[in-house]
Design a protein around this ligand. Structure first.
Ligand SMILES: [Cu+2]
Length: 120
């Protein structure tokens, strides 16, 4: 009798373990937060088309671009359809592109800094 209870408990523990590990390996979270990376390079303020790297950057329709400020001062990414606001040093900003096209953008603090996002 006692053995039967132990076995039942053991089976229950195994099945709970299996279902939780299936949940853990679910790919649900794999696609979130993955954007094509663009770096705002060190010393970008005095640069033009090389301030953002890579430039131009190409993403698929529905894809996103994540800008990371690798410089020591604040920058922005401003396009026709988006405005990052201030991106502090070390900060990031992401934008998802849902239609194909060529989207020019710049830094509103340093208008010489220009880039293009190509969505195809
Ligand atoms: Cu800037």
């Amino acid at each position: 009798m006692r053995l039967r209870i132990v076995l039942a408990t053991l089976l229950l523990a195994i099945s709970v373990g299996c279902s939780s590990s299936t949940y853990m390996t679910s790919p649900t979270l794999a696609s979130s937060g993955s954007g094509t990376a663009v770096s705002i390079v060190s010393g970008a303020a005095t640069m033009t088309t090389t301030a953002f790297a890579p430039n131009p950057v190409t993403v698929s329709v529905g894809g996103s671009v994540t800008w990371t400020n690798n410089d020591s001062i604040t920058h922005t990414s401003v396009g026709g359809a988006w405005n990052s606001g201030a991106i502090a040093p070390g900060g990031k900003f992401s934008m998802t592109f849902s239609s194909a096209g060529s989207f020019p953008y710049h830094c509103s603090i340093h208008p010489g800094m220009v880039g293009t996002v190509t969505v195809q």
